[in-house]
Design a protein around this ligand. Structure first.
Ligand SMILES: Cc1cc2nc3c(=O)[nH]c(=O)nc-3n(C[C@H](O)[C@H](O)[C@H](O)COP(=O)(O)OP(=O)(O)OC[C@H]3O[C@@H](n4cnc5c(N)ncnc54)[C@H](O)[C@@H]3O)c2cc1C
Length: 334
């Protein structure tokens, strides 16, 4: 059976720079391919040629083949161009499984692929397994993270899944791995593009994407005002972290919506989540309770956030944060 059940791992990139979540997709694909006895294809869509793509890293992270689907219309992600490029390749090569990041683009593309291919989609997976009787089995949080559901697919193929960030890290690159690179000049007709990207404006400032960051420092209404978020940013800068926020903070315009963690915001699962002046409402927990380590700073010892925290500091965040920042700065500089 070896080589029969291929996995397409769809890469996300910004002008050729592969996003960290895509390396996790490759890591997960490799583990799955080893169980299934198949090959991993890192599928890269863009105008770049082989020499402009870090194919070596893709192979080291688990790809047996790098499949470049090349067209100028793929310079920026749009669902219509990506579909037009991907569908014929999926239909001709019959991958058993297609894996994508559970990012904004990944979720959109997965849903569109699943609708067009009339096949099953598992979203926001935290584990994947394969057995010959049932095929792919996935597990994903449901009910705002209060339960985990296990799903199997019907007989349609490919089985499509999006993977939650920071869950499938694996051992990292393996320099001894080798693989092949193949480039296909795909056809995309101008008429089929329902959307065209006119301009991409890079966000200014030091903001990391909260769903990909390994450390998130988040603030709630307990931070008192927008200006006090500087204390969170200072700590985040020292730790190389992203700054998150609760919903009322975003509603009040203290932070951008892209910072919102929770049921109606982003889902994060970093190594470390530091919640400052956040009460721990169930809708907030829905977006962060899968973090590996949770530290809560709150004035109220009975705040619900302490029930999910690994470490709790009962105190005024406005006083505790500068102390933490200076301690971390000293320790990390040493
Ligand atoms: C349908 C729906 C969807 C929602 N989606 C989301 C969502 O995605 N994300 C989200 O966050 N919320 C969401 N909410 C809102 C949620 O229910 C809570 O209202 C919200 O999370 C509370 O935010 P908070 O913890 O910042 O504020 P509060 O609940 O007001 O808590 C502030 C906390 O700060 C503490 N505090 C005060 N001063 C200090 C200080 N100086 N130092 C330390 N601690 C201090 C207080 O003790 C308190 O615990 C949603 C609600 C609904 C109904």
């Amino acid at each position: 059976m070896s080589g029969d059940k291929h996995i397409f791992a769809i890469m996300e990139h910004i002008q050729g720079a592969i996003k960290p979540g895509s390396f996790e997709v490759l890591t997960a694909s490799r583990l799955l391919a080893d169980q299934m006895g198949g090959q991993v294809f890192a599928v890269y869509l863009g105008p770049e040629s082989e020499s402009e793509i870090d194919c070596e890293s893709l192979i080291q992270y688990g790809a047996d083949r790098v499949l470049i689907l090349r067209h100028s219309a793929l310079a920026s992600y749009t669902v219509s161009a990506y579909l037009e490029a991907l569908l014929p390749v999926i239909e001709s090569r019959h991958p058993e499984v297609v894996l994508l990041s559970a990012s904004i683009h990944g979720k959109e593309l997965a849903a569109a692929l699943s609708a067009r291919l009339k096949t099953g989609l598992g979203s926001d997976c935290i584990s994947l397994d394969f057995n010959s009787a049932e095929g792919l089995t996935i597990r994903r949080p449901v009910n705002s993270g209060k339960a985990i559901s296990t799903l199997v697919y019907d007989s349609t193929r490919p089985q499509i899944a999006t993977l939650r960030a920071n869950v499938f890290r694996g051992a990292g690159p393996d320099a001894s791995r080798s693989g092949q690179v193949e480039c296909i000049e795909v056809q995309i007709s101008e008429n089929s593009l329902s959307l065209k990207v006119k301009e991409v404006v890079q966000e200014t400032g030091r903001n990391l994407d909260i769903s990909e960051a390994r450390i998130v420092v988040s603030g709630g209404l307990g931070m008192q005002n927008a200006g006090n978020f500087k204390l969170l940013q200072d700590l985040a800068d020292v730790l190389g972290a992203a700054v998150g926020a609760s919903r009322p903070v975003v509603d009040d315009g203290w932070r951008d919506y892209s910072n919102q963690v929770g049921q109606t915001g982003r889902t994060v699962s970093p190594d470390l989540y530091i919640a400052c002046g956040i009460s721990g409402a169930v809708q907030h927990l829905a977006g962060m309770s899968f973090s590996n380590c949770i530290v809560a700073i709150n004035k109220d010892p009975n705040a619900p956030i302490f029930s999910v925290a690994d470490y709790g500091i009962v105190g005024d965040a406005l006083e505790v944060l500068p102390l933490l920042t200076s301690e971390f700065r000293e320790v990390l500089n040493a």
